[in-house]
Write a protein that binds this ligand. Structure first.
Ligand code: NAD
Length: 456
């Protein structure tokens, strides 16, 4: 097992020299990162095609474009975010002024997954740079071409004492986690998230955990069914369902199920064509192991549409299952593939209860025209974030912090959230020396009475 102590020490020294605290240094790094992404766009798209059979459209929309937008937003706002913020001072603190200074943690470790192997490595890195940290990035071993691209791009353009990419699998993460870093940002499965938190606890290192889970998608009887079908087909089957916030399963109102399923079929054909296995224009499943796990779900419930697959190309066509029950295997864990189980309901409160009996989801989607139905679900179910009458789109806004709750994660990022995640908020009270209020001192006459007068 490699020892990363030397690399971390190098980064810590570089950090302590104060290099990364300079705002123009951070901005320069962000401008350079943006330029590198733009200049290497085609090489990156080729790597994503090799790793996941991603189309150029998908690669741009969900990996490159989203990251460029995040950099643009960060560059635009950074000089505002880095400033100490003045906050109110209480009556008892009369004469003093209060400030919050955002300060970088130091060396940040970022561990990324394979499903959006570029976006989910670079988006946290933007936050780490913006907040003034050094960073070590560990991409996923399951997308080796994107990982190699990241390693080369960073190595050629940034000194390793500032930003370094360390390639490898679980054993590499384990070796990195053995060392003390100042912040750990992890995106991946719930299971590995627990390992990360345990490792972090040894040094009391703060963590952000961006995890997954089973995200419900509810279609109520009054929904605009045509749009619902299209937007669910888009969010579910994008990246072949290998999206942390993809609708995992659907709850459909009994009265509209038949009509909805017909519209779903039309939407799938419209968006992806009738035979993705033959055309090959569909994201593949990342590995044989993941593929074999997914195809065992195809005999759960009853296939309404789809169900075909190709083992050598690791492709599974968009598939919808009905008559699925909570005891079926497909309902045990996050599916993370192009298989959508549909469960029907007729009682909203009962359905909410079933969702609440399980882990808090990362995302939840509600399709309904009725605001009291929308509010009832938002008020009564705890989940990371989501959309009304759409899927997945909430994560594209830099104004909406993105993260989970409970088992779906700890902490949230994107936009200013990314800067905040990688910053410690240092509270400072600047006291006056022009006078010295006597009440707080125990030798003041009637000190208690006077304090009580102030603190009501
Ligand atoms: P994973 O947990 O298997 O791997 C994530 C990272 O952890 C990889 O870099 C991997 O090398 C490393 N790793 C694996 N085993 C490890 C171990 N024992 N110790 C230390 N590190 C280890 O996750 P994955 O399969 O790459 O990604 C899929 C999961 O990630 C899904 O559950 C998905 O929902 C979740 N996810 C969440 C988000 C989010 O933003 N919330 C985004 C994408 C994916």
């Amino acid at each position: 097992m490699n020892n990363y102590n030397e690399l971390i020490q190098k980064q810590r020294s570089f950090f302590l020299e104060g290099n990364t605290k300079n705002v123009s240094f951070r901005l320069e790094a962000l401008h350079l990162l943006r330029k590198l992404i733009k200049d290497n766009e085609q090489i990156l798209m080729n790597a994503l095609k090799q790793d996941l059979n991603k189309s150029e459209f998908d690669s741009y929309l969900t990996e490159i474009g989203i990251v460029l937008e995040e950099i643009r937003f960060t560059i635009k706002n950074l000089s505002k975010w880095v400033k100490p913020r003045r906050v109110k001072t209480t009556l008892t603190g009369i004469g003093s002024k209060s400030y919050i200074y955002p300060e970088p943690y130091g060396v940040a470790l970022i561990i990324a997954p394979w499903n959006y192997p570029f976006q989910l490595a670079i988006a946290p890195l933007i936050g780490a740079i913006a907040a003034g940290n050094c960073a070590i990035l560990k991409p996923s071993e399951l997308t080796p071409n994107t990982s190699a691209f990241l390693a080369e791009m960073i190595k050629k353009n940034f000194p390793e004492e500032y930003i370094a990419v360390v390639e490898g699998g679980a054993e590499t993460s384990t070796a990195l986690l053995k060392e003390k870093t100042d912040y750990i940002f992890f995106t991946g499965s719930v299971q590995v998230g627990k390992i990360i938190m345990e490792a972090a606890s040894k040094n009391l290192t703060p963590v952000t955990l961006e995890l997954g889970g089973k995200s419900p998608c509810i279609v109520h009887e009054d929904a605009n069914l045509k749009l619902a079908a299209k937007r669910i087909a888009w969010g579910k089957f994008m990246n072949a369902g290998q999206t942390c916030v993809a609708p995992d399963y659907m709850y459909i109102h009994k009265r509209v199920k038949k009509e909805f399923l017909q519209l779903m079929r039309e939407s799938i054909y419209e968006l992806y064509g009738q035979n993705v296995i033959e055309t090959g224009n569909f994201t593949k499943i990342v590995s044989e192991k993941h593929f074999n796990r997914l195809i065992t779900f195809l005999n759960n419930g009853e296939i309404v549409m789809g169900g075909k697959y190709n083992s050598s190309k690791l492709l599974i066509e968009p598939t919808v299952l009905q008559n699925v029950s909570w005891t079926d295997k497909v309902m045990e864990d996050e599916i993370f593939g192009p298989i959508l189980p549909v469960i029907e309901y007729d009682d909203l409160s009962q359905m909410i209860k079933v969702i609440n009996d399980r882990s808090k989801p990362l995302a939840l989607y509600i399709f309904s025209e009725n605001s009291s139905v929308q509010e009832k679900i938002i008020d009564n179910v705890s989940f990371g974030g989501g959309c009304i009458n759409d899927t997945v789109f909430h994560l594209s806004s830099p104004h909406l912090p993105f993260g989970g709750v409970g088992e779906s994660g700890i902490g949230a990022y994107h936009g200013k959230g990314s800067f905040d995640v990688f910053s410690h908020e240092k509270s400072i009270l600047k006291q006056t020396t022009a006078f010295d209020l006597p009440f707080r001192y125990p030798n003041t006459k009637n000190a208690l009475k006077k304090i009580k007068w102030f603190v009501k």
